[in-house]
Write a protein that binds this ligand. Structure first.
Ligand code: G3D
Ligand code: MG
Length: 181
């Protein structure tokens, strides 16, 4: 099903390169999601500059994943991955309430990046299958999503393990990008 999504986007962007970043704190479920989407082969780069990037590519569409948080010294290198980013998929462990403040801070810092100003934002409130997971309304509040200005965003409850909610989110994303983001 991930292939349908990328096929759609691929035709949408013609020959132009389109990047989608899948970001969030470590352990949020990003890698699980990438494999779950089954878009193609996931390639992991050797972390020469201090952070590991997983990439899956379908035609002109590239999904790239790395962990936010941690060392600040490597952050300038993140910018290499910003050009042509059409969307950010932000993944949150909804059961990890201790780190929601960090998740929020990292999220808003990313949104401040000049080259990401045009990207639409899809939030996955992941790990809904776990007891104590916050629902979408509570995650919206914790991440202060209502502070987002001048861009389209949406939040979906997901369980990457069960494969729930992921495609509903991608559906929103492709429709939003289709209508001009
Ligand atoms: P990351 O890539 O964001 O760091 P991972 O996160 O995809 O590696 O996932 C971290 C752990 O969370 C993994 O468990 C993974 O199986 C689990 N996980 C991911 N999504 C979900 C979910 O929706 N529900 C539950 N219950 N667990 C999830 P392990 O045990 O392999 O470390
Ligand atoms: Mg990972």
């Amino acid at each position: 099903m991930g292939i349908l999504f990328t096929r759609m986007l691929s035709s949408l962007f013609g020959n132009r390169e389109a990047r989608i970043l899948v970001l969030g704190l470590d352990n949020a479920g990003k890698t699980t999601i990438l494999y779950r989407l089954q878009m193609g082969e996931v390639v992991s780069t050797i972390p020469t500059i201090g952070f590991n990037v997983e990439t899956v590519q379908y035609n002109n569409i590239k999904l790239q994943v790395w962990d936010l948080g941690g060392q600040t010294s490597i952050r300038p290198y993140w910018r290499c991955y910003f050009p042509n980013t059409r969307a950010i998929i932000y993944v949150v462990d909804s059961s990890d309430t201790d780190r929601l403040v960090t998740a929020k801070d990292e999220f808003h810092a990313i949104l401040e990046e000049e080259e990401l100003k045009g990207a639409v934002v899809l939030v996955y409130a992941n790990k809904q299958d776990l007891p104590g997971a916050l629902d979408d309304a509570a995650v919206t509040e914790s991440l202060e999503l209502h502070k987002i200005k001048n861009r389209q965003w949406a939040i979906f409850k997901t369980s990457a393990i069960k494969g729930e909610g992921l495609f509903e989110g991608l559906d929103w994303l492709s429709n939003t990008l289709k209508s001009g983001g």
